[in-house]
Design a protein around this ligand. Structure first.
Ligand SMILES: C[S@@+](CC[C@H](N)C(=O)[O-])C[C@H]1O[C@@H](n2cnc3c(N)ncnc32)[C@H](O)[C@@H]1O
Length: 470
């Protein structure tokens, strides 16, 4: 007979997890109800309690009680509503597997009154840590590493930082995983650079998880809610990981932005490049470029790429990424994208295509007005916030651009976040300034009433011309 220990093991010998148990229960339920047609109106709904025990406190997965199809429909509806009258939404591209898609996991650490060390997420709107062993969205290798770090801390007597008293050392652990490369980076976020027995700690962690390729100590003595401090000390390996996306290799440092859902990112980037319709002759701008991903991928089909990004670490990675991929036609600038575009516009520079992928706050008028001056044929706007996207599209469509099509890409299953991409094309508006209106000289000798009639006719003529242009 199977004993309890064996019962708790999976086929691969690892201990059964919460999700294994839940999946088994779900499979049993599915088996039971296989031939029963779902009750009308209730189909595809599932109880949130069957999916995640942390849902209420975490608050991240607001769509946990919807089926994945329902989530996609809801997101598409929201995108359509937000972009109504600005751009037609052509569809919402969903994930093949909406679980464990996150390649970056941040875990906050705390100590309970009885001394037990817990790690997990902050309870919604607080700094109270909700213990989480594993999450539906997070990479399972990362979750396993975090659980083991928790046990090691106890044996190494590493103190957990207490925000109220200011005592202790460890605040967070961040794990980043290269889904394509398999490389794994562990970042131990501490208030001080002095980590007792750090070599032995690293050795013990690597023994448990030989898949870890680098371990970094990040020093964060800030009092705000930023997870990472500015200083990184490499304890093992190269201090960064590499991952592959759309045929390029990318270097990811602890501080750099890298999309958290690499599978959907590949689909999104491929769409961005295809919407741009590059022929090899274009001068391309990649604004808000992060570690250079979109511009580097586009550079294979463009004459030249100019990329701008505010975060200096990301720019450093971007430069390395260009070298790593032997790409020579991309230049990187560390600057505010708006200020950079203004200076390009002032110098009378031009661009054929602009890719822009700003943070949630969207772009700004300095940037957008300079896009108009630079006058690219196409703008491909990638956005993680439909509301700021709508605002920025309104600006561009009032200033000579037509928003042709929008697509949603679901990067964040189970949450309400919506990623989207929009193609804008430049209207041939300059021609509008040169519409020839033929008037006979004797028509100019008019009574006031007649002049109004002629003016109205000209206005209609121009409006009709504008309509045809667009
Ligand atoms: C949504 S991310 C996109 C990054 C990149 N395109 C990608 O797909 O990985 C937005 C990027 O904008 C950068 N950023 C934020 N504010 C900026 C600004 N004012 N000027 C330039 N870059 C900025 C952030 O550091 C971040 O790398």
């Amino acid at each position: 007979m199977e004993n309890t220990r064996e019962k708790n093991k999976r086929a691969d010998g690892r201990k059964k997890t919460y999700f294994d148990r839940e999946n088994k229960k779900k499979a049993a339920r599915t088996e039971k109800t296989k031939s029963v047609a779902p009750e009308k109106g209730k189909q595809k709904k599932s109880s949130s309690s069957s999916k995640c025990p942390y849902q209420k406190k975490c608050g991240g997965c607001t769509y946990l009680n919807l089926s994945y199809e329902e989530q996609l429909a809801k997101k598409e509806q929201f995108l359509k509503k937000t972009l109504k009258g600005i751009v037609p939404v052509k569809g919402m591209v969903g994930m093949e597997n909406p679980y464990h898609y996150r390649n970056k996991v941040n875990s906050a650490f705390a100590r309970k009154k009885d001394g037990t060390i817990i790690s997990g997420i902050y309870e919604k709107g607080t700094h109270k840590v909700v213990p989480v062993d594993e999450c539906l969205l997070e990479d399972q290798r990362a979750d396993a590493i975090i659980r083991d770090i928790r046990s090691l801390l106890k044996s190494f007597k590493i103190m957990i930082y207490n925000e109220d008293s200011g005592y202790g050392l460890l605040r967070h652990v961040m794990v980043r995983t290269g889904f394509a490369s398999g490389e794994i980076m562990v970042v131990l976020v501490c208030v001080s650079p002095v980590f007792p027995s750090k070599n032995n700690f690293v050795k013990a962690l690597r023994k448990l998880h030989p898949e870890i390729t680098t371990i970094v100590l990040n020093v964060n003595d800030r009092t705000d809610s930023m997870v990472l401090g500015k200083r990184d000390i490499v304890l093992f390996g190269r201090g960064y990981i590499e991952d592959e996306l759309c045929g390029c290799t990318f270097r990811i440092s602890p501080q750099s932005f890298y999309q958290v859902n690499p599978v959907q990112t590949k689909n999104l980037y491929e769409k961005a490049i295809s919407l741009a319709g590059l022929t090899g002759n274009e001068r391309v701008m990649d604004a808000y470029c992060g570690i250079g991903t979109i511009g580097l991928i586009a550079s294979r089909d463009a004459r030249e790429v100019i990329s701008v990004e505010l975060n200096p670490d990301a720019v450093r990675d971007a430069v390395t990424n260009a070298k790593r991929n032997q790409i020579k036609n991309v230049s990187f600038y560390q600057n505010d994208a708006g200020a950079f575009m203004v200076s390009m516009a002032e110098k009378g520079e031009k661009a054929d295509i602009v890719f822009m992928d700003p943070p949630r706050a969207g772009s700004d008028e300095a940037f957008l007005s300079s896009v108009v001056t630079l006058s690219p044929k196409k703008v491909v706007y990638v956005s993680c916030n439909p509301e700021t996207l709508a605002r920025d599209l309104r600006y561009l469509t009032k200033h000579g651009y037509k928003a042709e099509e929008a697509w949603g890409y679901d990067m964040f299953a189970w949450s309400e976040h919506v990623e989207s991409i929009v193609l804008l094309s430049k209207l041939k508006s300059n021609k509008l300034k040169h519409i020839n209106v033929e008037l006979e000289m004797d028509e100019l000798d008019l009574m006031a009433a007649e002049s109004k009639a002629i003016y109205a006719e000209v206005k209609d003529y121009v409006s009709e011309a504008k309509r045809i242009e667009s």
